[in-house]
Design a protein around this ligand. Structure first.
Ligand code: ADP
Ligand code: F6P
Length: 325
């Protein structure tokens, strides 16, 4: 085993939790230990770093975590850390606890914070953990697969009762700014309409016309998957029922989509990305975000990663429409 120059690293989870975060922490801890690096777990993200809620983690501390949803390090949002003073104090706390490198598991906001710590001399690496799949530099984010499978199962159930009663159902899935969960569930659940924040045009008449048209073609239900960012599912249901005469119900799936035991895909991607982050730190790298692209594990400069844009694949939308007739 090659001795690494870096002696101690920290790991934290930040922003919204995602299934697979525990698997990523476990990978960070065990990969580091395998390289002779000590690991400190930081509770409650940047908030815990500011409050010095820091503990030593050994290989046994992460036993029995790979299959668990949530994050055993907890997560938080910290307004104090957004300030230059907060960031300076966080970097000082890292130094006080001997933390030379830091793995930040979270989303874009967390990576912006990681970039600030890197500027202040703490080697930081971001690992994409969010159910929203909305990080542009990577084709995959930890938690997405579990979340879409949870939502898909729930929508299947709503669809059963929707068919029995020949109703229209609006099902609101998570995604305040990103429609990937809605798009994937829309295709997987055979939705008649998919409303994404990226493309939503508030044209309810179009929806109403489609419901009436598909009724004429013999459809027994009408499933509308609506992303959280568009909102208004309950009032939309009332308006659609009034305009079409088709009984309409709204179901908001909510935070159930963020929990649960991670799927195989989430456990594997989390394990690989967590381990890759430690490899980067051991190689003396800093200010990088881990990603998965074209079949490979890759990394990008944080500022470059945050500047990248991700768009909804138009072909997937067109296919979803074609398959809903
Ligand atoms: P996510 O990481 O899932 O995008 P947030 O946007 O809530 O979640 O960010 C998590 C935390 O990261 C915030 O509470 C804040 O402490 C920190 N953060 C977010 N944006 C910035 C920023 N621009 N600069 C510094 N820290 C930030
Ligand atoms: O984890 C991502 C996400 O679920 C978004 O889809 C949603 O907008 C947000 O988190 C809600 O988070 P919270 O309820 O924790 O503020």
């Amino acid at each position: 085993m090659m001795a690494s120059k870096i002696k101690t690293i920290g790991v934290l989870t930040s922003g919204g939790d995602a299934p697979g975060m525990n698997a990523a922490i476990r990978a960070v801890v065990r990969m580091a230990i395998s390289k002779g690096i000590n690991v400190k777990g930081i509770y409650q993200g940047y908030k815990g770093l500011l409050n010095e809620e820091i503990t030593d983690l050994n290989a046994r501390d992460v036993s029995d975590t790979i299959s668990k949803g949530g994050t055993f390090l907890y997560t938080a949002r910290s307004s104090e850390f957004r300030t230059p003073e907060g960031q300076k104090r966080a970097a000082e706390n890292c130094r006080k606890h001997g933390i030379e490198g830091l793995v930040v598991i979270g989303g874009d906001g967390s990576f912006a914070g990681a970039g600030k710590l890197a500027e202040l001399g703490i080697n930081t690496i971001g690992v994409p953990g969010t159910i929203d799949l909305d990080i542009a530099c990577t084709e995959y984010t930890i938690g997405f697969d579990t979340a879409v499978n949870t939502a898909m199962d729930a929508i299947d159930k709503v669809r059963d009762t929707s068919t029995s009663h020949e109703r229209c159902s609006i099902i609101e899935v998570m995604g305040r700014r990103a429609g990937y969960i809605a798009l994937w569930c829309g295709i997987a659940n055979g939705a008649e309409d998919i409303l994404l924040p990226e493309t939503y045009d508030y044209d309810e008449q179009k929806l109403i016309n489609n419901i009436i048209d598909l009724r004429r073609r013999g459809k027994k239900h009408h499933i509308i998957v609506n992303a959280e960012g568009n909102g208004h599912s309950a009032s939309m249901a009332r308006r659609i029922e009034a305009a079409t005469g088709v009984e309409t119900r709204a179901t908001i799936l909510g935070h159930m989509q963020r929990g649960g035991s991670p799927t195989c895909k989430d456990r594997v991607y989390a394990s690989m990305m967590g381990a890759y982050a430690v490899d980067l730190l051991a190689d003396g790298k800093s200010n990088r975000v881990v990603g998965y692209r074209d079949g490979d594990w890759v990394d990008f400069d944080i500022a470059q990663a945050l500047a990248m844009q991700k768009t909804i694949p138009d072909y997937m939308l067109r296919v979803a429409k074609a398959l809903s007739i």
